[in-house]
Structures are given as C-alpha cells and as structure tokens.
Design a protein around this ligand. Sequence first.
Ligand code: ATP
Ligand code: MG
Length: 232
Amino acid sequence: MIDTIARTRDMNLHLKSGGSALHILRSITFEIKAGEVVSVVGPSGSGKTSLLMVLGGLERASSGLVCIGGTDLTGLDEDKLADMRRENIGILFQNFHLIPSMTALENVALALEIAFEDLPVTEIRSRARAALAEVGLAARETHLPSALSGGEQQRVGLARAIVTRPRLLLADEPTGNLDQETAASAIELLFTLARRNNMSVLLITHDNGLASRADRHLRMDHGELRELEAAI
Ligand SMILES: Nc1ncnc2c1ncn2[C@@H]1O[C@H](COP(=O)(O)OP(=O)(O)OP(=O)(O)O)[C@@H](O)[C@H]1O
Ligand SMILES: [Mg+2]
C-alpha cells in the first residue's frame, strides 16, 4: 500500500496569456499522505485552483514532478491520464455542476457509468444508491437538482465524487455557495466520509474556520505554497 497519495517536487506551471507566459505555480514541493485532510487557503488568483487542476491531471505541469498514487503524471498520454483520474481522483466543485434534467440518483450513477463503462446497470444502481445513502439523501433519489436545497445539492455532488471510491478528493471551495451552518455540516460530512474510507482530501477554502478542521494547513501566495503551523 502506498502511503503517499500525491506528491510534487519542484513543480512549476506556466500559462500563456496573450503573448506572454505567466508563472502561475512556483516550484511547489509537497505531499499528501493516505487518509490526510489538507486545507489550502490564500488570496484570489494565488493559484489554488491551478494546483487542483494539476493534481487532478486536468492541467499539465510545465516542469517538475507530479505523482499520484505512485504514478508520475509527466509523460502520460491522455488515455493514461484519464485512467489515473478514474482510479484515484474525485472532484467537488463550488457550483455543484449537477445535470439539471437528471435526478439525484441519475447524477450519481452517471459518474459511475463514465468511470466504469462495463459495470452492469444493477451494480451501478446499487452503488449509486449506497453513495446517496452515505450522504444522508436516500429519501431524495428521485428529486431533480432544482427540487433540492443548496446543501442537498452539494451532498449529491459529494455522493457523485465518492461513488467511484477515489483515494484523493479535490474540493474547490465546496461550501462557497452555502450559508455558514450548512457549510459546517457539509464539511463535517466530508471529513466523516474521508476518515471512514481512508480517503485523502485537498480542501481549498476561504473559510479559516473550516480550514482549521483539517489535519494539515497550507497557504498559497503568488503561486508559492507553504505549510502553516496552524490555520489562521
Ligand atoms: N487558462 C488560463 N490562462 C492564463 N492564466 C490563467 C488561466 N487560468 C488561470 N489563470 C491565472 O492564474 C492565476 C491563478 O488562478 P487560480 O484560478 O488558480 O487562482 P485561485 O487561487 O483559485 O483564485 P480564486 O480564489 O479566485 O478561485 C490567476 O492570476 C489567473 O488569472
Ligand atoms: Mg479558485
């Protein structure tokens, strides 16, 4: 069993904007251990989402090492990157990104269908139902997103992110659209599921109170990532 789920060494990201290249992530070296919940805070535009994109294999680092689950992502072709994502990564978005015309259950099932094309329909259905039950929404299976509260929509998003049993969950301000109380209970649930499933979490948040609940605390400034002794 690999003890470190994600690791970068001297990783840089340059992105082109107009004619010039911007240095977005600067020599980032860090790791996330299996089962660890790590928070990332930092000002808008500092590079938090960019880091998430690189770790999720959605953006390629310009230089340096990026390893997920023991595999070096540099040099992987698109198919292999997609395999890596399917086997290791779940993503939770701020705006939920649920498909409006699909029920809660169908939204969760879709993630499984995409990840495991050969899975029998009955299996997809039972796993999707189990994931919805895990986030406390067994009674909302047939609801469309428009008939769910914001907190419930984010819990469907969480069920969708964990239904493939990812080893690393990347969460980009998952509570940004929720009121404080709902945000706190959504994060509580996230942490409970992480511990239960030995899932690592990279939690990007502007909320220092939520960040302080993580096992480790990181801060991004101008593309540089550093470890904090404690959340501020
Ligand atoms: N596709 C792109 N091309 C060029 N520059 C980009 C691109 N995407 C992001 N950037 C720039 O990279 C920098 C970091 O953006 P990023 O989205 O990672 O910030 P962030 O820390 O997530 O901010 P926020 O808290 O507002 O979400 C910003 O200056 C942004 O303008
Ligand atoms: Mg962002």
